[in-house]
Design a protein around this ligand. Sequence first.
Ligand code: GAL
Length: 430
Amino acid sequence: MRKSLAVVAGLATTGLLLTGCGSSGGDNGSTDTDSGASGDKVEVFTWWASGSEKVGLDALVSVFDEQHPDIEFINAAVAGGAGSNAKAALASRLEANDPPDSFQAHAGAELTDYIEAGQLQDLSGFFNDEGLTEVFPESLIERLTVDGKIYSVPSNIHRANVTWVNTDVLESAGIDATKAPASVDAWIADLKKLKDAGVESPLALGTEWTQMQLFETLLIAELGAEGYSGLWDGSTGWDDAGVTTAIDQYGQLLEYVNSDFAGLDWDAATQVLIDGAAGYNVMGDWAEAAFVQAGWTYGQEYTTWPSVGTEGIFDFLADSFTLPVGAPHEDGANAWLKTVSSADGQKAFNQAKGSIPARTDADPADYGDYQKTALQSWAEDTIVSSLAHGAAAKISWSTDISSAIGKFGSDKNADALQSALVDAATKALG
Ligand code: GAL
């Protein structure tokens, strides 16, 4: 708690805390007195504060404004990819009994943190009233359900195991950009080829959570879908030889990244690729929106493949929206959740965000070429849960893993990393 408050205080003094047009505290707090006006506004908390992510949120808000013209949308976004600042800011607000009307949270383990803390209202009735159990896939409903209750409304499905490729950079070094190398070792050989050809930082990387995301793709490649999934219930030990290999590979990859990686959020890291200073970037498919914004065409300036060794596996995460206990504007929140779950809302949002709709009634023709590949993989592949994006592990566990990986970025001590991972699992699973 002390840490969360310190983060929020730091954000407030650096002016990072609020990027939206509305206010987040004060008149929207739990002591709201305009109880007759619970439907005149809605304060929505996300981390889609800038760039292509804000474009996605804006697209969803446009549909909300059309569907609910009398409700004022208050944007309480907190900047920082993957919720790196938002989650702490949100924790402080929830702790202080000052919840927003709805907040973004990942489907899966991350939701259970809020549920166990009694911070979320049961939305099962909303799902029934809106017929949502019919329009979302069963596999997703399962990940949203805890003890028979559903606590959030999914807006999209993102894929985390995507490698983005600057085709020009690869082709200039004589590397086939169209297909993934056969193994991580073969990929490392290509990274070396790029370096020898004068590419400054062949693999674009960013801040701690992006490192964790790269590492999770290596775990999936090395352990396979079943072995990787076993890490989250204890059936695969973190002392497994496959984890040791993944750490070794991760250490080798770090030889080829941009030297300023620790300080870059995902969009700045992806920009390194767009600028031609890197050949590859392992990033979730919110990056698709950044390439579209840059005016690039899929299959021409850039392409993608499932991260090396993860073909046939979809490393999944879903953003979803909640109704917190004590939300000051419940009617406004219900209206927001209706838009989030509607076919029009999901289409507008996902077209802009790079993700695919969580609803099963989407028409692939409405989406770009990259997204068509994601729609197909989502339907056919084995699904695993993303670590870096709240699907696999509760927040305290992923925070421990993230810090251990961040530390490895500077000390390169493989033994220390593996024992920190073992300790984190023991702490989380008991
Ligand atoms: C993820 C989130 C995505 C995207 C990404 C980068 O955690 O689910 O929607 O925003 O972070 O910020």
